[in-house]
Design a protein around this ligand. Structure first.
Ligand SMILES: [Cu+2]
Length: 283
């Protein structure tokens, strides 16, 4: 084996150190300062829990990773081969030397689990617990590859649905005999929600499993055929937000995209008034 002269190896080491430093600075600049691949700005009240949890997990695992790498570098620096002599073989002895990495590992897992359970449980209770009074209700039914959105209309009641009535003009199979169904408003890939008011979304699916995902709300709920899942939250920023499907559901999964508009109560009412009730489209 040919050993390179020491000065040569030192030069290489400095070069690698510089490359590493450039990578770290670049990553910090891109992710922490530029925030180019970061989350979109938060737009729901409940989403703050997710952001907090994400930051805790990222900080804990990030710090452990950096400290681990630094410890590795230090050990190489202290005990690495200095000259041409070969490395010593150290016999492993059970004791603190082997115990402390295990303790650190369990400590980290414990800290992550505790924050996960404490924050996650609080969020879970909110999202799936009973919603407050005076909620705005909307039903979202996923299908390959679109979101059917239904509003209960003036009577505040959704009409019955049944598979028997499903047709091109009636994608949700709304029962034409049900008087509560006449004023329902059904739209495609378009949701309007009120600002600062609790919203209940009833998530359903017509075919396969989809996942109703609003990145700006940090909200992701599976749409499971045969089930109606209810979730509630409060939009806290007006604007337009993207809705995506977060469950690979078929060839057209990528184009299963919707638009959510959050606006003041009055403009939402005015917009709803303009929509054609389902009864007028089918009867
Ligand atoms: Cu889908």
């Amino acid at each position: 084996m040919v050993f390179q002269p020491r000065s040569h190896r030192q030069g290489q080491a400095w070069l690698w150190l510089l490359v590493l430093l450039a990578l770290v600075v670049g990553a910090v600049w891109l992710f922490a300062i530029q925030r180019r691949w970061w989350f979109p700005p938060l737009a729901s009240e409940q989403g703050a829990h997710i952001d907090r949890l994400f930051l805790i997990i990222l900080s804990l695992t990030g710090a452990t990773f950096v400290l681990g790498q630094l410890a590795l570098a230090l050990l190489i620096f202290l005990f690495g081969r200095k000259g041409a002599e070969s490395a010593h073989h150290l016999r492993e002895r059970a004791g603190w030397g082997t115990l402390w990495p295990i303790l650190i590992g369990f400590g980290l897992i414990g800290a992550l689990e505790v924050s996960d359970v404490v924050i996650g449980h609080e969020l879970w209770k909110q999202l799936y617990g009973p919603p407050p009074e005076d909620v705005f209700v909307v039903e979202v039914t996923a299908q390959q590859f679109a979101w059917n959105v239904r509003y209960p209309g003036r009577d505040g009641k959704f009409g019955r649905t049944n598979l028997r009535f499903v047709s091109d003009g009636n994608p949700l199979g709304i029962d034409p005999e049900d008087s509560a169904a006449r004023d329902d408003v059904v739209l495609l890939n378009e949701i309007h929600l009120p600002l600062h008011r609790p919203v209940v979304v009833r998530v359903r699916s017509k075919d396969v499993i989809h996942s109703f995902f609003i990145p700006a709300f940090r909200l992701k709920q599976d749409a499971v055929p045969g089930m109606q899942t209810q979730i509630w939250f409060i939009p806290k920023r007006a604007g337009e937000f993207e809705i995506a499907c977060a469950e690979l559901c078929g060839l057209g999964h990528y184009r299963m995209r919707g638009m959510l508009t959050v606006e003041g109560e009055e403009s939402l009412r005015a917009w709803l008034e303009q929509q054609v009730p389902f009864g007028e489209t089918i009867w």
